[in-house]
Design a protein around this ligand. Sequence first.
Ligand SMILES: C[S@@+](CC[C@H](N)C(=O)[O-])C[C@H]1O[C@@H](n2cnc3c(N)ncnc32)[C@H](O)[C@@H]1O
Length: 265
Amino acid sequence: MERNIIYNEDCKITLKILQDKSIDGIITSPPYNINTERSDCYYNNGYSELDGLSENDYLEVRTNEFKEFSRVINDTGVICYNISYAKENPILPTLLVAKIHNETDLTIADIICWKKPNAIPFQTSPTKLSRITELIYVFVKKEKLHTFKTNKEVSKVNEKTGQKFYKNYVNYIEARNNDGYQCQLKASFSQDLVNQLINIYFPKGSLIYEPFTGIGTTQLSCIENDCYYIGSELVKDHYEISLKRVGEKRKEKDLQAGTLFGNEM
Ligand SMILES: C[S@@+](CC[C@H](N)C(=O)[O-])C[C@H]1O[C@@H](n2cnc3c(N)ncnc32)[C@H](O)[C@@H]1O
């Protein structure tokens, strides 16, 4: 199975070639099911086949992806899933998380609050708050709820009982909205965020899958943190930007090592 590669295809197709338990984890953010007919929709800019599904179809599509995620991650693997909501249907992520818990062997181990430096204000709404935070749901196998893998460091061990105490890691991350890369995709991660997630959950050498690669932010952080990646991205423009950014990042980082991988340009 090739590593450090991004496929320009639906993640459903990529998932078929990923072997059982072959991935250490997933860091991703799916489409949020924004109604593309709205004039102020800026998330997918007209890629209407990706969003605007009925609630049931959306929940079904995403849950089926999770059944595959569960198959391809190893037993102690972690899935960091960032999902927010459109103002038309704020309960959607909650329904999705419940469905995943009920219909797969995955459950929530933690919920991390990502606080961004700024939010688009809801100045025309008499009721809704400006969303300056988003949630990241951390899924693990139910049977490994207390024993899945993290990078938490031991701070001391009780000599008598052997009880370990760990450094304090909090479920709150302050990180930039995005990397400031100007393109049509406005809903991208920041490396700042992904670096912090990798720092908590993924040791060096981990293989991380990013099913909704977008412009490749997760991959840039994998390179930065000496992890491997596999990605999928359906939209050609996003895919090409991801290859370009990954190629630049790898060149920057690998000038010392001199090795280029996979399909980076
Ligand atoms: C919220 S964006 C993710 C952005 C990404 N985290 C980044 O930092 O660039 C979702 C991405 O998923 C892509 N996408 C949507 N459905 C997909 C599918 N079934 N398979 C692969 N990519 C898909 C969209 O084109 C979009 O680029």
